[in-house]
Design a protein around this ligand. Structure first.
Ligand code: ADP
Ligand code: MG
Length: 370
């Protein structure tokens, strides 16, 4: 049986590679994962996701910090003693072993009795619906099936924690969607504590109980998907979560829970709270599907459709605001090239961040931490 515990805790976990330059690949990551929880580590390539996972797995040593399971320190234990299940992007199956022997590898290494291994392997293969493929070799399976074998192998370890590093990123988009559903179902049934790495925000939003966004090795925000999606803490997280419109603007009026803003060719209101003063430079973040054709309240931005694509159900358009910026929007309304439209956004869906720095610059509050 897998060990029971109530929390896996990362405390200021830091990893610096030799020759890795000024800043560590992973910097002081502190995070508590509860038993049964599904936590996704999300961020662009190079932000330190794999490093974080490998630190937890014991595949790379920490430069500083510690990892605990409840009161037991585990970062000082060798990989095999941690009894974590691992699933990698490239499946990492043994090519010369059958599916059955791949899945039975963990229990066999632990020298469990033969009938016990047989039981664990059958249960794991049944779970991923590959019982009929037990005697095939990995090369005789599709990518999706191979990844399911890798998942079965992790599950057969009866692990206390499952670590997955972009397990779906080598699959085509249809299969990726299918497998996402299977992972969801698997997690629902087994309730395995899971730390899941991805650069795909949709995957993280749909699978995770909580998401952690990393940037340059530093945690930006942690919380349930809805919280990050609705209230990204900075323009980097906003950008990463699909707030495609990131616009420089100025605060004109600070009112009772409402900010008035102007930018190049537009005026908007926002319910964002925070310390803003009239005249201050800010960055406004808006999701394409929060822009309403026809206007909202007294927000009316005149624009012309510059490009439009039909997505099967919705229209995606790029518009140019009179004398100003370009916006991306998504709508059910039929739109045509060259059409003049009036646009609005619910003030609750207009995010405002201090400073006019674009998302790829260090924002002031992050720079001060380094
Ligand atoms: P991600 O998985 O988010 O793409 P990684 O954790 O692989 O990011 O990498 C984080 C940073 O650490 C990157 O800048 C990467 O180049 C660097 N890095 C990763 N592995 C090594 C290594 N073995 N040696 C030196 N630098 C590394
Ligand atoms: Mg990686």
């Amino acid at each position: 049986m897998s060990e029971s515990f109530s929390q896996l805790r990362l405390e200021a976990v830091t990893r610096r590679y030799a020759g890795g330059g000024e800043s560590p690949a992973l910097s002081e990551l502190t995070l508590a994962i509860n038993q049964g929880e599904f936590v996704a580590l999300l961020g662009p390539s190079g932000c330190g996701k794999t490093t974080a996972l490998n630190c937890v797995a014991g595949l790379v040593p920490l430069t500083s910090g510690a990892i605990y399971m409840d009161d037991k320190r585990v970062d000082t234990l060798p990989t095999e003693k941690r009894r974590f299940g691992m699933v990698f992007q490239n499946y990492a199956l043994f090519p010369h072993l059958t599916v059955r022997r791949n899945v039975g590898f963990g229990p066999k290494m632990r020298k469990e009795p033969k009938d016990e291994i047989e039981r664990q392997v059958s249960a794991a293969l049944k779970l991923v619906r590959l019982s009929e493929y037990a005697d095939r070799f990995p090369r005789e399976l599709s990518g999706g099936q191979q990844q399911r074998v890798a998942i079965a192998r992790a599950v057969a370890m009866e692990p206390s924690v499952v670590l997955m590093d972009e397990p779906l990123s080598n699959l085509d988009s249809k299969l990726r969607h299918e497998m996402r559903g299977e992972l969801q179902e698997l997690h629902r049934r087994l309730g395995l504590t899971t730390l899941y790495v991805t650069h795909d925000q949709e995957e993280a939003l749909s699978l995770a109980d909580r998401m952690v966004v990393l940037r340059n090795g530093r945690m930006q925000q942690v919380g349930p998907p809805e919280e990050l999606f609705d209230h990204p803490v900075n323009s980097f997280v906003a950008d990463f979560l699909g707030y495609r419109n990131l616009l420089p603007a100025q605060v004109t009026v600070v009112g009772d829970g409402l900010l008035q803003l102007t930018g190049q060719g537009f005026a908007l209101s926002s319910r964002t709270s925070g310390e803003f003063a009239p005249g201050g430079d800010v960055t406004v973040a808006i999701r394409p599907d929060d822009i309403v054709v026809g206007g909202v309240g007294d927000t009316a931005i005149d624009a012309v459709i510059e490009a439009v694509a039909y997505l099967g159900k919705q229209f995606e358009a790029e518009v140019e605001v009179n004398g100003g910026v370009r916006l991306h929007l998504r709508t059910d309304e039929r739109l045509e090239l060259g059409q003049r439209v009036t646009l609005g956004v619910d003030p609750r869906r207009v995010m405002v961040y201090p400073g006019s720095a674009p998302a790829d610059d260090e924002s002031p509050e992050l720079a001060s931490q380094s």
